[in-house]
Design a protein around this ligand. Structure first.
Ligand SMILES: [Mn+2]
Length: 663
């Protein structure tokens, strides 16, 4: 035995079986010491980069036009970069042209096409734009490893575009560069390349988009919002109460189908159902005409939208509202543990008198026409109502587009997410007045705090994967239940707002959480529960619009909580916020109205948000300091063990099994 082997034996490196199994599969990916060292070097280098930027929005509510703009301009972050890069070399008009090309390449090119005459002018223009786009990509590339920059270059044209990207550092002469551009020109590919590079710049400007819930309802098109998000590279979603209503409807939950239909009709947003998801409303219309043909329907005229026949929409809304109230009664009755009996009001109707009794007080009804309610069994659907729901349920479950979109939300979504000390969710953490966590019982077990979020998350997935009826009812509870972290109010006053004049009965009381987040000690109590650093933590929720006109601020007095529902959609106020999670600070950007793509192209309309810093970190955080960085560090450590296993001849390099190992 020679010395080296003796030394090895003396080192007594011990590998447990479980570790060896893991290293063996890793060895397939890194079959040599060189391969493992290369990977380690790249991981270590990446961990030293500043952490990428994340943008968080919430409460999009179907507002596709504005969402598209805010994503395209990276919440206003592309403009300052373009301005600083090109301030010496481009006029402000040229800067605007470049920005329009990046935001809306298709539309901008169509607009410019008319003013660019002749081949040489078009070539010169395209060449200029492409070179500017590549410069931008290089500037953005400093935040990423080279491999990511290469990945960002459109694959179909990667070799020639890489040449152009590095032409300057490689001292390429004009002939070399022109040969590439001339070929693109001759084959008619210049405009396509501009479009592809615009997308690359946009995708490269933001590391992660976080949507804190409520993609649809009220505003125009939930289907277009989901479709657009599905085309973005990295999206994380925390579900909102409106999202889970669509998700449950897609799985065939009748109560939630009624909710989704009623809200679409109330806000006059029928196109998303009929065009977006191919769900015609004929069955409902037939029922509505037969049942409410002579009804004046004063309480049901749609709030938005221009309709030739608003009464047609109103009739359908009333028909589905009554069905919803009945179905909700059934859900509450079959789930006594929800403690929502007080929401069942149909058996308290006095149809002869035209009144309803609510908490001991008798109120007059604004509408007393309920031909389908049988007072002996007020929560049962009539035969015609049931037949209509059967048809609608079939249509919801058969819509391939709805299934595609909702599957994306189930897969991409969570009840909450943690990002580097930011705890992000849609609604609230249900608490009592004194700040202690409220608990909710599922299958005889009480859950509160983080465990409550986790148990709802697994119910969501059980509903999706197994169509478990109990889990499906929990999806409904998440939509409207008083202890739902997505809803966060004591009740949803659907019945009262339709049928009772007294405004006091419409009031929905918010969970004490919304008051308590002004106190630093309460926020720290939450951070501890959710495993977030109490010193650096920030609570982020949407769901409740911040009323700027009333002097409300998105940032709470504690400095440790922020509400980012800034009324994004026109229906709510047309403002909105983006939370910008940067390496050195977290800031809130206030958005404003966005007219149209046409205005953006012809007059340079843009959303240039105002930024206010919320948290400034003692030192800029690197990738290594983040959640993803921790994963990378573990990979570096594991690779070190793999290298040791190679050095110790536990494995042979090159994917060759050592003979001794097979025994
Ligand atoms: Mn909401």
């Amino acid at each position: 035995m020679n010395n080296i082997v003796r030394e090895r034996k003396l080192s007594h490196v011990v590998f447990e079986d479980a570790e060896l199994d893991h290293l063996r599969s890793l060895a397939k990916q890194y079959p040599t010491i060189e391969a493992a060292v290369s990977r380690q070097a790249m991981l270590n280098a990446e961990m030293s980069l500043p952490k990428g930027m994340s943008h968080a929005f919430s409460d999009i509510h179907g507002e596709i036009k504005k969402l598209r703009h805010v994503i395209n301009n990276a919440s206003g972050r592309i403009r300052p970069l373009v301005e600083s890069l090109f301030k010496e070399t481009l006029s402000s008009e040229e800067i605007n042209t470049l920005l329009q090309m990046i935001y809306y390449p298709q539309e901008s090119l169509a607009y410019l096409q008319t003013s660019l005459e002749g081949k040489s002018q078009r070539l010169a223009f395209a060449k200029k734009i492409i070179q500017q786009q590549l410069l931008l990509l290089r500037a953005l590339g400093k935040h990423y490893p080279l491999s990511k920059l290469i990945d960002a270059i459109p694959k179909a044209y990667r070799d020639p575009l890489m040449e152009l990207l590095f032409a300057k550092s490689l001292h390429r002469d004009e002939d070399y560069i022109n040969a590439i551009f001339d070929t693109f020109m001759q084959s008619g590919k210049l405009l396509e390349i501009i479009r592809l590079l615009s997308r690359a710049v946009r995708n490269f400007s933001v590391d992660e988009l976080i949507i804190a819930g409520d993609l649809g309802d009220r505003g125009p098109r939930v289907d277009k919002v989901v479709e657009y998000l599905m085309h973005q590279p990295t999206v994380s979603i925390t579900w909102g109460n409106h999202d889970v209503s669509w998700m449950g409807a897609c799985l065939g939950h009748e109560g939630l189908i009624a909710v989704v239909l009623r809200i679409s009709l109330r806000y006059g947003q029928i196109a998303q159902l009929e065009e977006g998801y191919g769900i015609p409303l004929d069955a409902l219309e037939e029922l509505a005409n037969a049942t409410y043909g002579d009804d004046p329907l004063t309480r049901f005229i749609p709030k938005y939208g221009n309709f030739d026949d608003p009464k047609r929409v109103a009739r359908m809304q009333k028909a589905i509202a009554v069905i919803q109230l009945k179905l909700e009664g059934q859900i509450v009755q079959r789930n006594p543990q929800y403690n929502m009996d007080d929401r069942n009001l149909l058996h308290k109707l006095n149809v002869e008198q035209g009144t309803v009794e609510l908490d001991g007080t008798v109120y007059d009804l604004l509408d007393n026409y309920f031909p389908t309610i049988d007072m002996n069994d007020p929560y049962a659907l009539s035969a015609a109502e049931q037949a209509c729901m059967d048809q609608l349920r079939q249509l919801f479950m058969e819509s391939a587009q709805l299934w595609r979109h909702m599957s994306y939300l189930f897969q991409q979504g969570d009840m909450y997410i943690k990002r580097d000390n930011h705890l992000i969710f849609h609604g609230c953490i249900p608490v009592e007045e004194d700040g202690s966590f409220q608990s909710f019982t599922i299958d005889g077990e009480a859950y509160k705090g983080e465990a409550l979020f986790d148990v709802f998350e697994s119910a969501m997935l059980r509903a999706w994967r197994k169509r478990d009826p109990k889990a499906l009812d929990l999806v409904w509870y998440l939509w409207t239940g008083p202890l739902s972290p997505l809803f966060g109010k004591d009740k949803m006053a659907t019945f009262e707002s339709y049928f009772i004049a007294e405004k006091s009965t419409h009031k929905e009381a918010k969970n004490p959480y919304y008051k308590l987040i002004h106190e630093a000690s309460f926020c720290q109590h939450i951070f501890t529960e959710f495993g977030v650093d109490p010193e650096l933590g920030l609570l982020v929720n949407g769901h409740v619009p911040v009323n700027i006109e009333k002097g409300e601020s998105p940032i709470k007095n504690s400095g440790a909580a922020v509400t980012i529902d800034g009324a994004f959609s026109e229906a709510y106020g047309d403002k909105g916020y983006t939370l910008v999670l940067d390496a050195d600070k977290t800031s809130i950007a206030s958005l404003h109205h966005f007219e149209s793509i046409e205005e953006a192209i012809t007059n340079g309309a843009d959303i240039i948000p105002e930024l206010v810093d919320i948290k400034v970190f003692p030192k800029p955080r690197k990738v290594g300091d983040t959640r993803r960085g921790k994963v990378k560090q573990r990979e570096v450590d594991t690779l070190a063990r793999l290298i040791l296993a190679y050095e110790e001849n536990v494995f042979a390099e090159g994917n060759r099994e050592r003979r001794t190992e097979t025994y």
